[in-house]
Structures are given as C-alpha cells and as structure tokens.
Design a protein around this ligand. Structure first.
Ligand code: MLT
Length: 324
C-alpha cells in the first residue's frame, strides 16, 4: 500500500511540476538552434522571427548556430535537449530530405520532436561568381557540361537545401560537377563573392542583396512564379530546366515531450511574430513571406513534414545520393 501511495504521490508531483512549469513558462531565455553557420539564410530567417517572438513572450529568444552534416548535427542537438520549451530548432526542407539521405540519423525525424508551426517558404536562386563567363541559363548549362571536371558547386552539406538544389541542377543537365561543402551558405557566399567557388543554388534570403548589388551573377529562380523582389530573374522551370522547382519551407520544433501548454504558448508567439508587419516587410524584401496563420500550427507542420518525407524520399532514392 505504501508503495502505491508513493507511486501516486510521485505521479501527482510530476504532473504538478509540469503544470507549474507550463504556467510560468517562459521565465528565462529561450534558445533556438539554427543547424547551419551564422550569416546564412536559415540564420537570417531565425533572427527575424526570434526577435519578434521575444516581444510576445517577454523573454529573450536567442539564436545558437550548430552547423555540420547538412543540418543533422543541430537537429540532433535539439532532439536530445530537455523537453521544457527552452531549446527549440528552426530547420527547413532538410528535415525531410535528411530522413532519406542519411542511413543512420541520431534521431527519429517524425517522432523525436514536438511541432510548433511552419514559418516561411523561401525560393532559391541559381547564382555564380560575378566573373563566370556565362550570362544566361543556356550558356551556363553549356559551360558546365564543357567544364564539368573543374566547375565547382558550393553547398552546405548533404541534407542542405543548397545540396538538394545542386543535386537537382546536376541531374537536370545530366552532368556531375565538383561539389564543395560548407557548414552553411553564409560562408559559401563569402567564397562565391571572393571567386573561390563557381556556382551555388541558394535561398533568396541570402542572395537578394548580392544579386541586386551586382556582386554575383544570377540565372533564375526555383519558384513557380517570378520573385517580386527579383523581377528580372526568369523562372528556371520555364527557361530550360523543366520541373526545376523547389521551395525551402522552414519549421519550428521542440523536443518530444514538451508540455502541451508550453507548445501552445510557443505556437501562439510564433503566429504573433509572423503577423508582425516588420517581419512581413523584411521577409518580402528578402524574396519570401511569412507562413499564413493557418499554417503556423503544430498540426500543419507535422502534416507537411510527413508529406515532404514521402515526396522527396523516392526522388532521393532514385538519385542514389545517400550519406553514410
Ligand atoms: C544555411 O542557412 O546555411 C542554408 O540553409 C544551408 C542550406 O540549406 O543550403
């Protein structure tokens, strides 16, 4: 009997602690892990959202960059974190592609996280160092085929959006090029600007200002329609690369087991941040827009992640581009 009482007391105290924690959440800084190096597109999106969420939550939301292995190191860090709402992950389409690309992940993609909501979907741009000879997509494809043993393509590692887009480009032109991995497309952009690498497929959130300033060349966008902030860039799928479409959707996650009340508080703060006019303007200036409120929910993110794993899995398996 004593043991039963002890077990019941333990259960009640756990529930009581969880309830108190959820009622006082947040009472200290929150960390959002960006699974890529600072200065890249994921970092840019996260810092904008984190600043706006801080206003709603009344606590600082700080960003920690944990780059490496195409985003899977940072994702694994959060999967293993305490499920108390104080460590989150902001990751993109790589969350879905890595589930197939990596034969051994340290986490179960669909079951190691609780879901806060979708954040944004960012178009990609096919870009090059400014002195690369080709001036349009047709001549770029010819140049890449002719110089396939020397043309270098930057990416942020297997599982990154830039890796996925680069893989799609090489498949579309039926030519393997020399790939150069970085811990994020922030550092990759530094080398592109310096002429140390030739081409890259990267998100408008990282390329817009460089394209507009003429510091890099751009050949087109991966969206179905032109990007309003880059009106002169053709849609690649209509310019010679049929079906060359990819949108880099981003989601906000917490470790599995985070109290529902805490998840709800975070999800409400995310939706408030995405409704912030300053966030919408900054996103628009960078070629993207906030996810609608109806998509910035736990249910929408889980549904989208599952659908994306199912979509990209067969494509990746057919391409045979696995990471051991
Ligand atoms: C980054 O933030 O560095 C990029 O998202 C990396 C990538 O996915 O290409």
């Amino acid at each position: 009997m004593k043991k039963l009482v002890a077990v019941l007391a333990a259960g009640l105290s756990f529930a009581a602690v969880a309830s108190v924690q959820a009622q006082t959440f947040p009472d200290r800084n929150i960390t959002v892990v960006v699974p890529f190096a600072a200065g890249g597109p994921t970092d840019t999106v996260t810092r904008l959202v984190a600043e706006a969420m801080s206003k709603d939550l009344g606590q600082q939301v700080i960003v920690e960059n944990v780059g490496g292995a195409g985003g899977t190191l940072g994702a694994g860090r959060v999967a293993d974190a305490d499920p108390d709402g104080y460590t989150l992950l902001l990751h993109h389409i790589g969350m879905a592609t890595s589930a197939t690309l990596y034969r051994k992940l340290s986490y179960d993609t669909l079951n190691a996280f609780d879901y806060i909501g979708l954040v944004t979907e960012v178009p990609m741009t096919l870009v090059a160092r400014k002195d690369l000879e080709p001036t349009d997509l047709k001549s770029l494809v010819e140049y890449a085929k002719t110089n396939k043993d020397t043309v270098t393509v930057a990416n942020a590692g297997i599982g990154a959006a830039s890796h996925l887009c680069g893989m799609m480009f090489m498949s579309a032109i039926d030519t393997s090029l020399v790939t150069v991995p970085y811990k994020g497309t922030g550092p990759a952009m530094t080398d592109l600007l310096g002429g140390q690498v030739d081409i890259m497929c990267d998100q408008t959130t990282n390329t817009t200002s460089q394209i507009k300033s003429g510091k890099i060349k751009a050949y087109g966008v991966t969206s179905k329609t032109p990007v309003p902030s880059l009106p002169n860039l053709p849609v690649l799928a209509n310019a010679g690369l049929p079906n060359f479409e990819v949108g880099v959707w981003h989601g906000l996650y917490a470790p599995k087991g985070t109290p529902k009340a805490t998840v709800d508080t975070l999800s409400n703060a995310l939706r408030a941040a995405l409704r912030d006019p300053n966030v919408a303007k900054r996103f628009n200036d960078l070629g993207t827009e906030p996810s609608p409120t109806s998509q910035a929910t736990p249910e929408a993110l889980r549904t989208h992640l599952k659908q994306q794993i199912d979509l990209w899995g067969p494509i990746i398996k057919k391409a045979g581009a696995f990471a051991d």
